[in-house]
Design a protein around this ligand. Sequence first.
Ligand code: C2E
Ligand code: MG
Length: 562
Amino acid sequence: MDKKREEIYYRLLEKMTDSMTDPENFAHDQYIGVLSEIADLFRISKIVTEFYKTVSQEKIGDGEIVVDLDKEKDSKVILRKRFVTKTMAVVKATLYAAKDEAPLPEDELASLDILTRAMLSFISRNRLQNAVEQLGFYDESGYPNLRSFKRFLEKANENGGLYGYTAGCFNLKNFTLINQEIGREKADVAMKNYISLISSLAGYDSVVCRMGSDNFVLVFRNERTKKIIDALSGMPVSYDKKKDKRVLLSANAGFFRIPEGYVYKNHNVIMEKIVSTAMMARQNEKTLTLFYEEDFSDITARNVQFLDKMSNAIDKGEFRVFYQPKIDIRTGNIIGAEALCRWFCDGKVIMPEEFIPQLEQSLEICRLDYYMLDMVCRDIRRWLVEGRKAIKISVNLSRKHLVDADLIDHIMEIIDKHEVPHRYIEIEMMEPSTDFGFNNLKKLVASLQEEGVYTAVDDFGKGYSSLNLIREIPWNVLKIDRSFLPLDTDKKNSTRSLIYSNVVAMARDLGIECITVGIETAKQIETLRNCRCYFAQGFVFDEPLPVSKFEKKLENPHYKIP
Ligand code: C2E
Ligand code: MG
């Protein structure tokens, strides 16, 4: 090596050594600069580096391969180096020269060898640093974690404040069901694709982090809001390589638009706002996304307290069963009753509409439903033991149960524990909102019928009940919601009257028993009779009754038909 080249060589070597002793001040672009100088000095045409976190990953070729320099296609290998770090990571470098290049003399090859070792040390340290960062700021699936969220807010706050940014929290809708529908692995892929789509819509000045399971937080510039809300409202996302299998993902989200002059204390203050707003969005049936308002945090705190109270209420026996009779309008006889829940709390009676939706947010609803079934079976057993008249009682089961693989066993266990003949129990369920739920419901109804337990489809006509529900599932009973009933002012050939009478006729032809709920007037009874729906439940006969009153009624199970 001549004097001038030797000088360059030592300068390069010094730079590489600096990179190891003062890593903070040696950036990746400096490293690339050194590489091209090395290439010039030793007439190298191509440098390929490889990094594997473990030896076994090296074996299967699962690593990071970087072509740092590529001047000429037609190259031959002139040096190969492999190096295993103390943490058992593997770094490799392969150096090439043009095919027609004369071989390097011994001393130059030795010098190049020393430089390559220095280079590999830099790479291993640099990559390991990334790996450490990965450990600290990313979760095990590779999503940025809450530390990344905190770091982003702190940096943005230092660089000119948070005004102009929006922070948000979102929860993927029905992800448990999607997991079951397409399998965990594919659902993970779908989630990854969805989140990277949202990240790209959020732009370069943003962060999207996973809090755990299907909950995420994000920060982005205000001008990106519309795009993000659109993506969260529903996007088809592929989950296979060919990209022809897709699932529709959407999320409930709560946002906090950071106001002018906002004083950042810590990320928890922002977290609290966006989490409480997202919780409100989850409970809101009309919208998927909400923006933070001052009183949301209080409402959420109250909701949490309420849930706590409800959870204890089951243990304290504050939930009671009320029975509402079902009547055959041809005879006036009671043919059964529906068990409806009432909560006796602090001297007041709370109605289901005030607590069922909250319970359905968590799976506490399942505990309540089993409790109700247990109380009903206890009552029926007592009636049988006391020699009273026992009739068929229907119990409501939330759709939330449909994710439970052992649902049928749980139901039968409760009924059989009280030795209640199965024919005395009817299970009422509403139409499920997903295909997965639909398939499970189909299986559940078949299993219940095998056991001799009755099944009823509840609230038919409310919402968008589909005909598949009665075509594919062999229900015993169709419970028609009163919103389906013609109004007293409706003519015989009005759309409402025609639909109602035809649904009743269809059920009759299919051999499904039909009952209309919510009957309040003599005129409505008349309509039922005209349409040949002979079973009814409603205030015109009785409201849901406490057990003592209902037992009295059972002693004379008959109503005068108006
Ligand atoms: P649902 O299963 O459709 O029950 C019928 C509701 O209609 C009951 O309201 C009943 O009191 C009401 N109703 C009956 N006749 C009339 C009438 O003539 N006029 C009017 N305006 N209403 C009438 P309730 O007891 O408030 O229950 C509301 C809903 O709460 C139930 O609707 C059911 O979906 C749910 N629910 C009640 N108890 C339970 C339970 O133990 N588990 C579950 N999962 N849901 C329950
Ligand atoms: Mg019901």
